[in-house]
Design a protein around this ligand. Structure first.
Ligand SMILES: Nc1ncnc2c1ncn2[C@@H]1O[C@H](COP(=O)(O)OP(=O)(O)O)[C@@H](O)[C@H]1O
Ligand SMILES: [Mg+2]
Length: 308
């Protein structure tokens, strides 16, 4: 499988502040989510992919092109939907989209033709001659998506694509992204702090926190892990019980609420928990099977003290 993005030990500082802290990364084909709380470094990382920011150290390539020496060639192959507004006041939707297409290297006429097509695709057909300053927040997001698609890029980078949208608009944006990602000729990376958006649109998730990669997982399979999870409440001499659990390769986390979070290998029967308890005179007062969700992975990866 082709590598879309490869980074090796990349560091990036804004002045004294280290925003990207030793990131090595391999992104393959398909739809990837870059998930993390605000300030994690997602936007900074996208700007490094685009060659807008140069790493202080480390190296990398996007679509086989070096991120520092081949920036121009990289950018032609990337469609970028920025987080912040990139719209030029006073221009109408179709003129702006065509203009940005030309900036990506398209001939004038072709850019105009494609501008009409992509605006139709994102649902702005009727508003395409209106000045972009009069667009609602949701329409601006759609226009930002249209301009990212106009030159038919090989790789699409979407930064907080549903930002500022109402629930209906958000759903429609996610459907559009899903539709785009069905195209085999275009790979997609979506940055978001919204877990449901990533869960809905992506196949793989990379969780970022404080400038580092905290986890990299397939979204499918998160709930069908190699472990089964149980929450237990116990009474009795717990320490011997816990010790013996380790011998059946169980992992145990103790929470402050007195709940023991058990990860039991999938090939071990949950009955064994009861057997071990009985042997050690421990009563299992509460027994609940838990599902692992992307949320668990996210919370584990970024820690609970992060506002999430
Ligand atoms: N231009 C800048 N100057 C200084 N610090 C910045 C700048 N841009 C971002 N940062 C800081 O870098 C960190 C990562 O920011 P960013 O990449 O925007 O995170 P995210 O997109 O995950 O919210 C944040 O702590 C942010 O305050
Ligand atoms: Mg951001």
């Amino acid at each position: 499988m082709e590598n879309i993005i490869k980074l090796q030990s990349v560091f990036f500082n804004y002045g004294e502040f280290r925003a990207i802290d030793d990131i090595s990364l391999d992104i393959g084909q398909g739809v990837y989510g870059l998930l993390g709380p605000n300030g994690a470094g997602k936007t900074t990382l996208l700007k490094i992919f685009l060659g807008f920011l140069t790493p202080n150290s480390g190296s990398g390539s996007v679509l086989g092109l070096n991120i520092t020496s081949a920036r121009k060639a990289v950018r032609r192959k990337i469609g970028y939907m920025p987080e912040n507004e990139c719209l030029i006041p006073g221009m109408d939707g179709v003129t702006l989209t065509a203009y940005l297409g030309e900036l990506s290297g398209m001939p004038k006429q072709e850019a105009m033709k494609r501008a009409h097509e992509v605006l139709y695709y994102v649902g702005l057909e009727e508003s395409r001659y209106r000045k972009v300053d009069t667009y609602s927040a949701g329409m601006k997001q759609r226009l930002k998506l249209a301009q990212a698609l106009v030159h038919d890029p090989r790789l699409l980078l979407l930064d907080e694509p549903t930002s500022g949208m109402d629930p209906r608009g958000r759903k429609e944006m996610l459907e559009l992204i899903k539709d785009i990602s069905r195209k085999e000729s275009m790979d997609v990376i979506i940055c978001s702090h919204l877990l449901p958006d990533i869960e809905y649109t992506c196949k793989q998730v990379i969780i970022m926190n404080r400038g580092k990669i905290a986890a990299h997982r397939a979204i499918e399979g998160i709930s069908e892990d190699k472990f089964n999870r149980f929450d237990l409440k116990l009474k009795g001499d717990v320490s011997a019980f816990l010790k013996q659990l380790k011998s059946i390769k169980c992992e145990v986390d103790i929470t402050d609420r007195g709940v023991y979070k058990i990860r039991l290998p999938a090939d071990e029967s949950p009955q064994n928990l009861f057997k071990v308890a009985l042997k050690n005179n421990v009563q299992i007062r509460h027994f609940e099977q838990c599902k692992t969700t992307l949320e668990d992975t996210f919370v584990n990866a970024v820690g609970v003290n992060n506002g999430h």
